[in-house]
Design a protein around this ligand. Structure first.
Ligand code: ADP
Ligand code: MG
Length: 736
């Protein structure tokens, strides 16, 4: 019980009975005093107010406040023993409680008594029912000395998240035991921050949330505790930012920039103002003696790759090397092709027709021939290859660089602390390479602040001129068979005009399913009929509506060479082209660039998440030709799945969409399990709704960490941040 917050870490078994402690840990995951006091009520029942029984949903675990209206006991028909049936009511609706062989409960369950009843809602012969509920009756009459009197002394009765083996009032009783510690717990929020933001202290907040005397108490408590969640998290992120600033990197300042200049001169277009501005930010980061850690986000086609390439050329001009990591081999190969094309002779140093100021672009993939790989590795080691392209595996493999200056990570926002640490081995002793992460999945500002709070974020918000937006429509197959037929007819017209068409399906259909990616956010119904499969759809189309078109197939289980081959026949130079319609899984989600692709049909579109659909449709309309995207579904109007599809059809702005997505999903999986530990620690803070709290907490946290980076003078805060990191690593290990 030291004043430095130790009591929080105290195991519940030391303050509660062993049995209670075990039940709390087993069913609710509460191990310490801190866990318990942070187990906040889900809602509050008012003493005089009964739960609206009509609102109950079958199958849910509930705790209701109701009044007993009648009790009957009768013998069982088939067996020996009795059934006690009590009817409880909220004044309008009623429901029945049944107990087997518990005749003695008749004594307590007298008509007119009120109490809390907990169990799983069932239905029997049309009436709602709780079979064998737990219950706790409110004291009735003067002088009654029951446990209930102690448990529910207040006018506002807290209803806790409970489980089958631990009822709300058992949690409540446990809270009562640790209540005396409320004022002893060291407050994570320093006094001055608290005063500045008008927040009550921790002891008052815990009393307010667990033992409120009025609604206003709850409000003040929640405001403070919510701020605390945001604040502790932001302190952790501010510390991580500070730690990154403490690392060393080599400054990359080119004396002259012949490569960048020659590249700019080659570009067939002018860079947008946004591209120039972000390039400036990156140049400044690269000139710093601490490693850059920047996230470059921009909608598909906003020109991120060009910006990244200029950064890579800049470090080459400064004598270093850059690596570009793609999520798949197909994408690595594609980057290699398009970057080599953009650079032309600038990528051919030392070869016939190559430029003297140029460099080489190496490609390293798992499927390369040994001899090919060896020569590429040599170029990387010698430094002749200024740019090295590969998959993320490149970090793990034994690839030695001459002088790795910059790592660009494409389409991967979960490039966390661990991955960054792995880079240390690749760079010069004692230094880290600069890191630029590119993502086309726009992240709402508040989410970025919460999950990537230790990263600088740049955004390309304008799409280069001359690009036409993709028109998106939802087609309901079952309701609009005519529209469906018209869709395939339209696809045929595109093919006849010499354009390319993508058809995307959630499954492969080779018996190996399910392909990752399909289903994520879309499948809330496990019993849904099987989703459309690539192999089936390809066959149906080529025999039916698209007869005469050349239909190809692409999915993740094809060998890399075969994938390459299909992509070349679909997207390659005119004379190699042999596929008009590509039926594929989400392997085409990122990066694939086919300027003549004008149409995409997504079958069973409801199986995909919103950002995934947005990514997918970004594959069409990349040239000057307008794009069309059709989302085919059988979901009902008004269902959440349909709402998501309608949202995707309603806007082409990835940022607007990501905010809508956040709204539709609410909390849930926004932070994802990969942002380990965070979900469990965010109880009151909803990233979607409390952006202002996050912004305020972030500012306060920066000030605090600047003042005392190790939090030595703030033990309460240090303890809270520690707990966050511990949760973090515990879950991380679990997943590994
Ligand atoms: P992203 O990586 O953000 O999806 P890219 O960098 O691949 O976007 O650019 C998409 C396409 O737009 C490419 O063909 C690229 O050459 C072209 N592009 C990039 N910047 C511009 C610009 N400023 N003006 C016109 N076209 C551009
Ligand atoms: Mg790209």
């Amino acid at each position: 019980m030291t004043p430095d917050g130790d009591i929080r870490a105290t195991r519940l078994s030391r303050v509660l009975g062993a049995k209670t402690a075990e039940a709390l840990e087993k069913s609710l995951g509460l191990r310490t005093v801190d866990d318990l006091v942070r187990h906040y009520p889900r809602r509050y029942a008012e003493r005089g107010e009964l739960t609206d029984l009509a609102s109950l949903v079958e199958g849910e675990q509930v705790t209701v406040m109701a009044e007993v209206t009648s009790v009957t006991v009768r013998p069982m028909r088939q067996r020996r023993g009795t059934i006690l049936e009590a009817v409880i009511s909220d004044g309008r609706e009623s429901m029945s409680l049944t107990f087997f062989n518990q005749k003695w409960r008749e004594r307590d369950l007298r008509p007119g008594r009120r109490g809390l009843f907990a169990g799983v809602v069932g239905r029997y012969r049309g009436t709602l029912q709780l079979a064998h509920p737990d219950f706790s009756l409110l004291p009735d009459g003067v002088g009654e000395e029951s446990l209930a009197a102690l448990e529910f002394a207040g006018a506002l009765i807290p209803i806790y998240p409970a489980a089958k083996s631990v009822t709300s009032w058992q949690v409540n009783a446990a809270i009562e035991v640790v209540r005396s510690y409320f004022d002893e717990l060291a407050d994570p929020i320093p006094d001055d921050v608290r005063r500045e933001h008008g927040l009550i202290d921790l002891g008052d907040a815990l009393t307010g949330i667990h033992r409120p005397t009025a609604r206003a108490d709850i409000e003040a408590a929640v405001t403070r505790l919510r701020f605390e969640e945001a604040f502790v998290l932001q302190v952790l992120l501010a510390q991580r930012r500070a730690a990154t600033r403490a690392l060393s990197a080599t400054r990359r300042i080119p004396a002259t920039s012949p490569l960048v200049d020659a590249f700019d001169a080659r570009l067939p277009f002018a860079l947008t103002a946004g591209q120039l501005a972000v390039s400036e930010q990156i140049a400044a980061d690269l000139a710093d003696e601490h490693p850059m850690h920047r996230l470059l986000q921009g909608d598909v086609g906003s020109g991120k790759t060009v910006v990244a390439l200029r950064a890579m050329l800049r470090v080459v001009d400064a004598g270093g090397q850059a690596a570009l990591l793609a999520p798949t081999e197909v994408l690595a190969a594609q980057h290699h092709r398009s970057i080599s094309a953009l650079l032309g002779p600038l990528a051919e140093r030392g070869r016939l027709g190559g430029s003297d100021i140029g460099t080489r672009v190496a490609l390293l993939t798992g499927s390369q021939r040994v001899s090919e790989k060896r020569s590429q590795l040599l170029d990387v080691l010698s430094g002749d290859a200024g740019i090295v392209i590969g998959t993320h595996a490149l970090l793990q493999e034994h690839v030695d660089f001459n002088d790795l200056a910059l790592v660009v990570v494409d389409e991967q926002h979960r490039f966390g602390v661990e991955q960054r640490a792995a880079l240390a081995a690749k760079s010069r002793e004692g230094t880290r390479p600069h890191v630029l992460v590119m993502t086309a999945t726009p992240i709402p500002r508040t989410v970025a602040m919460t999950t990537f709070g230790d990263v600088d974020v740049s955004t390309l918000s304008e799409v280069p001129a001359g690009r036409s937006p993709v028109a998106t429509h939802v087609i309901v197959g079952a309701e609009q068979p005519g529209h469906l037929a018209r869709a395939w007819q339209r696809a045929m017209e595109e093919v006849q005009a010499g354009h390319r068409v993508f058809v995307v399906c959630p499954r492969i259909g080779d018996g190996s399913d399910e392909e990752a990616g399909a289903g994520g956010a879309g499948q809330e119904d496990g019993a849904a009929p099987r989703a459309a499969a690539v192999l089936d759809v390809a066959r149906q189309l080529s025999e039916g509506p698209l007869v005469g078109a050349r239909v190809g197939v692409l999915h993740g289980r094809m060998p890399p060479e075969e994938k390459e081959d299909v992509m070349r026949r679909f997207a390659g130079p005119r004379d190699e082209r042999a596929i008009d319609v590509l039926v594929a899984t989400t392997v085409i989600e990122v990066g694939v660039d086919v300027p003549e692709a004008t149409m995409m049909v997504i079958v069973d579109a409801d199986r995909f998440g919103m950002s995934q659909l947005h990514q997918l449709r970004g594959r069409v309309g990349r040239g000057t030709l307008p794009g069309l995207c059709l989302l085919i579904t059988d979901t009902d109007a008004g269902s959440p799945s349909r709402a998501r599809l309608d949202a995707v059809a309603s806007t082409t702005d990835g940022f607007v969409l990501s905010e809508l997505d956040l709204d539709l999903r609410r909390e849930g999986d926004v932070l994802g399990t990969s942002q380990s530990g965070m979900r469990r620690t965010l109880r009151l803070l909803e990233v979607a709704r409390h952006g202002d709290v996050i912004v305020a907490a972030r500012e306060a946290a920066s000030v605090i960490v600047d003042r005392d980076p190790t939090l030595a003078t703030m033990p309460g805060l240090a303890h809270a941040v520690d707990a966050l990191v511990r949760d973090d690593s515990a879950e991380y290990i679990e997943k590994a």
